[in-house]
Write a protein that binds this ligand. Structure first.
Ligand code: SME
Length: 167
Protein backbone atom coordinates (compact mmCIF):
# COMPACT_ATOMS: atom_id res chain seq x y z
CA UNK A 1 0.00 0.00 0.00
CA UNK A 2 1.21 3.47 -0.86
CA UNK A 3 1.54 5.57 2.28
CA UNK A 4 1.94 9.32 1.86
CA UNK A 5 5.10 10.61 3.50
CA UNK A 6 4.60 13.00 6.39
CA UNK A 7 4.93 16.56 5.19
CA UNK A 8 5.92 18.14 8.50
CA UNK A 9 9.73 17.80 8.32
CA UNK A 10 12.12 19.99 6.35
CA UNK A 11 11.77 23.50 5.01
CA UNK A 12 8.58 24.74 3.49
CA UNK A 13 10.21 24.60 0.06
CA UNK A 14 11.18 20.94 0.65
CA UNK A 15 7.67 20.08 1.82
CA UNK A 16 6.24 21.58 -1.35
CA UNK A 17 8.77 19.57 -3.39
CA UNK A 18 7.55 16.34 -1.75
CA UNK A 19 3.96 17.35 -2.26
CA UNK A 20 4.55 18.05 -5.96
CA UNK A 21 6.03 14.53 -6.30
CA UNK A 22 3.07 13.02 -4.47
CA UNK A 23 0.73 14.89 -6.78
CA UNK A 24 2.56 13.69 -9.89
CA UNK A 25 2.34 10.10 -8.59
CA UNK A 26 -1.34 10.52 -7.73
CA UNK A 27 -2.22 11.81 -11.19
CA UNK A 28 0.05 9.46 -13.14
CA UNK A 29 -1.89 7.39 -15.67
CA UNK A 30 -5.09 9.42 -15.32
CA UNK A 31 -6.00 12.31 -17.61
CA UNK A 32 -9.56 13.09 -16.50
CA UNK A 33 -9.45 16.78 -15.63
CA UNK A 34 -12.30 16.76 -13.13
CA UNK A 35 -10.98 13.73 -11.23
CA UNK A 36 -7.44 15.09 -11.15
CA UNK A 37 -8.50 18.58 -10.04
CA UNK A 38 -10.64 17.01 -7.30
CA UNK A 39 -7.77 14.82 -6.05
CA UNK A 40 -5.42 17.82 -6.06
CA UNK A 41 -7.77 19.72 -3.74
CA UNK A 42 -7.98 16.79 -1.31
CA UNK A 43 -4.19 16.26 -1.28
CA UNK A 44 -3.25 19.89 -0.74
CA UNK A 45 -6.06 20.80 1.65
CA UNK A 46 -5.08 17.79 3.77
CA UNK A 47 -1.35 18.54 3.69
CA UNK A 48 -1.12 22.33 4.04
CA UNK A 49 -1.68 23.92 7.45
CA UNK A 50 -3.92 26.85 8.33
CA UNK A 51 -6.35 26.72 5.41
CA UNK A 52 -10.12 27.12 5.48
CA UNK A 53 -10.71 26.83 1.72
CA UNK A 54 -8.86 25.46 -1.32
CA UNK A 55 -10.36 24.99 -4.74
CA UNK A 56 -10.72 25.74 -8.42
CA UNK A 57 -12.62 28.14 -10.58
CA UNK A 58 -12.64 27.37 -14.31
CA UNK A 59 -13.02 29.89 -17.11
CA UNK A 60 -16.37 29.87 -18.96
CA UNK A 61 -16.66 32.78 -21.35
CA UNK A 62 -16.04 35.92 -19.34
CA UNK A 63 -16.74 34.26 -15.97
CA UNK A 64 -15.02 31.93 -13.57
CA UNK A 65 -17.24 29.03 -12.46
CA UNK A 66 -16.70 27.04 -9.27
CA UNK A 67 -14.95 23.68 -9.63
CA UNK A 68 -13.78 21.03 -7.16
CA UNK A 69 -12.94 22.42 -3.71
CA UNK A 70 -12.52 21.70 0.00
CA UNK A 71 -14.10 23.99 2.57
CA UNK A 72 -17.40 25.76 3.02
CA UNK A 73 -19.84 26.36 0.17
CA UNK A 74 -18.62 29.19 -2.06
CA UNK A 75 -19.92 31.65 -4.63
CA UNK A 76 -20.40 29.91 -7.97
CA UNK A 77 -19.68 32.61 -10.57
CA UNK A 78 -17.04 35.36 -10.52
CA UNK A 79 -16.70 37.82 -13.39
CA UNK A 80 -13.22 38.32 -14.83
CA UNK A 81 -11.68 41.31 -13.08
CA UNK A 82 -13.80 40.91 -9.92
CA UNK A 83 -12.41 39.93 -6.54
CA UNK A 84 -9.01 38.35 -6.02
CA UNK A 85 -9.84 35.41 -8.31
CA UNK A 86 -11.12 37.55 -11.16
CA UNK A 87 -8.15 39.90 -10.87
CA UNK A 88 -5.56 37.09 -10.89
CA UNK A 89 -7.37 35.55 -13.88
CA UNK A 90 -7.50 38.78 -15.87
CA UNK A 91 -3.85 39.59 -15.15
CA UNK A 92 -2.75 35.96 -15.59
CA UNK A 93 -0.53 36.22 -12.54
CA UNK A 94 -0.44 34.95 -8.99
CA UNK A 95 -1.85 37.33 -6.39
CA UNK A 96 -1.06 37.11 -2.68
CA UNK A 97 -3.39 39.09 -0.41
CA UNK A 98 -1.95 39.33 3.13
CA UNK A 99 -5.14 40.94 4.50
CA UNK A 100 -8.35 40.35 2.56
CA UNK A 101 -10.04 43.29 4.31
CA UNK A 102 -7.51 45.60 2.65
CA UNK A 103 -8.15 44.26 -0.89
CA UNK A 104 -10.75 46.44 -2.65
CA UNK A 105 -13.48 44.24 -4.10
CA UNK A 106 -12.51 41.08 -2.22
CA UNK A 107 -15.42 38.61 -2.39
CA UNK A 108 -16.05 37.15 1.07
CA UNK A 109 -17.31 33.58 0.71
CA UNK A 110 -16.25 32.49 4.20
CA UNK A 111 -16.15 35.16 6.91
CA UNK A 112 -13.22 33.42 8.64
CA UNK A 113 -10.85 34.08 5.70
CA UNK A 114 -8.09 36.57 6.54
CA UNK A 115 -5.55 36.03 3.76
CA UNK A 116 -5.63 34.52 0.29
CA UNK A 117 -3.51 33.37 -2.65
CA UNK A 118 -4.82 32.87 -6.17
CA UNK A 119 -2.74 31.10 -8.84
CA UNK A 120 -3.81 31.18 -12.50
CA UNK A 121 -4.03 27.95 -14.52
CA UNK A 122 -2.30 28.62 -17.80
CA UNK A 123 -1.70 26.40 -20.82
CA UNK A 124 0.89 28.48 -22.62
CA UNK A 125 -0.83 31.86 -22.91
CA UNK A 126 -4.32 30.39 -22.59
CA UNK A 127 -6.15 31.01 -19.31
CA UNK A 128 -8.01 27.92 -18.03
CA UNK A 129 -9.00 29.08 -14.54
CA UNK A 130 -7.51 29.68 -11.10
CA UNK A 131 -6.59 27.81 -7.93
CA UNK A 132 -7.70 29.75 -4.83
CA UNK A 133 -6.56 29.18 -1.23
CA UNK A 134 -7.91 30.99 1.83
CA UNK A 135 -6.51 31.06 5.36
CA UNK A 136 -7.99 32.15 8.69
CA UNK A 137 -4.53 33.62 9.52
CA UNK A 138 -3.48 37.01 8.25
CA UNK A 139 -0.35 36.98 6.07
CA UNK A 140 -0.41 33.16 5.73
CA UNK A 141 1.00 32.97 2.16
CA UNK A 142 4.49 33.81 0.87
CA UNK A 143 6.79 33.23 -2.11
CA UNK A 144 7.31 29.55 -1.13
CA UNK A 145 3.56 29.01 -1.34
CA UNK A 146 3.48 30.80 -4.68
CA UNK A 147 6.22 28.60 -6.18
CA UNK A 148 4.83 25.40 -4.65
CA UNK A 149 1.29 26.05 -5.84
CA UNK A 150 2.43 27.15 -9.30
CA UNK A 151 4.29 23.81 -9.52
CA UNK A 152 1.11 21.98 -8.49
CA UNK A 153 -1.08 23.60 -11.15
CA UNK A 154 1.70 22.98 -13.67
CA UNK A 155 1.52 19.24 -12.91
CA UNK A 156 -2.27 19.32 -13.20
CA UNK A 157 -2.33 21.19 -16.52
CA UNK A 158 0.38 18.99 -18.07
CA UNK A 159 -1.16 15.70 -16.99
CA UNK A 160 -4.88 16.39 -17.43
CA UNK A 161 -7.45 17.07 -20.12
CA UNK A 162 -9.24 20.12 -18.72
CA UNK A 163 -11.06 20.93 -21.96
CA UNK A 164 -14.49 19.82 -20.72
CA UNK A 165 -14.23 22.14 -17.72
CA UNK A 166 -13.30 25.24 -19.71
CA UNK A 167 -15.38 27.00 -22.33
N1 SME B 1 -12.29 35.52 -2.12
C1 SME B 1 -12.40 35.20 -3.52
C2 SME B 1 -13.72 34.54 -3.85
C3 SME B 1 -13.68 33.07 -3.81
S1 SME B 1 -13.76 32.44 -2.25
O1 SME B 1 -12.68 32.95 -1.43
C4 SME B 1 -13.80 30.81 -2.27
C5 SME B 1 -12.23 36.47 -4.36
O2 SME B 1 -12.20 37.57 -3.81
O3 SME B 1 -12.14 36.35 -5.57
Amino acid sequence: MLVAKPTTAGTKEERYGELTQELAALLAGETDGLANAANLTALYFGALPELNWLGFYFLRGSELVLGPFQGKVACVRIALGRGVCGTAARERKTIIVPDVHAFPGHIACDATSRSEIVVPLLEGERLLGVLDLDSPRENRFDADDQLGLQAAVGVLVRSSDLSRLVG
